[in-house]
Write a protein that binds this ligand. Sequence first.
Ligand SMILES: COc1cccc(CC(=N)NC(=O)c2cccnc2OC2CCNCC2)c1
Length: 386
Amino acid sequence: KPHQFWQTQPMPNINEMDKLLPGPIQQGVLAEVRKDPLNLIDKFEWFNVDLRNEEQAQQVYTLLKENYVEDDDNMFRFDYSIDFLRWALLPPGQYSDWLIGVRVNQKLVGFITGIPVTLYIENEQNKIKMTEINFLCVHKKIRANRLAPVLIKEITRRVHIKNMWQAVYTAGIVVPTPISQTRYYHRSLNAKKLIEVGFSSLSARQTISRQQKLYKLPEEPKTPGLRPMKKKDVAQVTKLLNDYLKNFKLYFKYSEEEVKHWFLPRKDVISTYVVEKEQGVVTDFLSFYNLPSQVIKNPKHTHLRAAYSYYNVATQTPIVQLMYDALILAKNEGYDVFNALDIMDNDKFLKELMFCPGDGQLNYYLYNWKLESNMLKPEEIGIVLV
Ligand SMILES: COc1cccc(CC(=N)NC(=O)c2cccnc2OC2CCNCC2)c1
């Protein structure tokens, strides 16, 4: 009974793990891809979301705000802003039919998205054009209709039509079959608020003021030459990023166009700071994205302001110092907490900078691909999904 849908999909399962050869699990045949959308139950209809359209963007925003991912104790729910969704879902090369909505009487009740990516898997030779899937959401009131599998099948069809046969995605839940199980960590920036919203709790011997002292940060960053990224830095940041990411077993290669899109600062969406040395040489950069959570029931606060570690490259500055500056910058931008996964080189700073482990995990998935190694260690993962 469990994973009724996922057992039907080309994902490695436990007992056939060793029989599968590395690479695609199923060979896709373009001519066999269904040309028309899957059938929907009566009154439900497909519609391609145009996020540039204010009204449609509002509909997506509201659906997610009220029905998207909550933490395990249902105290917080992600509250992605419209500006954030436009950043995340309108990258260079996006397809207009990969932002898929389902409507009933003009009301949005379901959503799923894909963006085109080129993923390198375990080595430079496995350079695969595929889709990055995200924002699978079904309205709370219609959860029993098995709509999620239909949304997944429909976006799979629209990806197959483009002659792409793999996908990458993450989820807090475990379904067949994670390629890596990463853990998330939190670093307190505003101890008082985290306790007031119930994100952190005090043990018997702890007090709010002791916590505030413990997590106190300097007013200003330490690294000389640290400043917000500008357009003129794009070429150097692209080189730093691509050289760094090839160390990992799962990574994207970025064009300058893509670095412009993903890293140039956007207020309340993405913050990127570079370290500029003499003669304008950029030796390091740090970045974090803004993903607030609605505090579901709290008399005093409606939102938790959270910064999420994005990509950080330290070639001259010690990574601990660079990330300590990231904490100071995030605090000064008004964040309450700084979150990070134990992927890439993050475990080099998590403990030293007093991050605490979260109560869940984030699983990475590859659709229709058997790895050479059964699982990847978190430190072998070089991609961050928003
Ligand atoms: C604090 O408010 C929350 C609201 C909803 C869920 C969670 C727990 C959670 N599931 N956190 C993460 O998945 C997470 C923790 C650290 C870093 N990135 C993360 O997820 C990212 C990447 C995947 N898509 C969601 C955002 C927390």
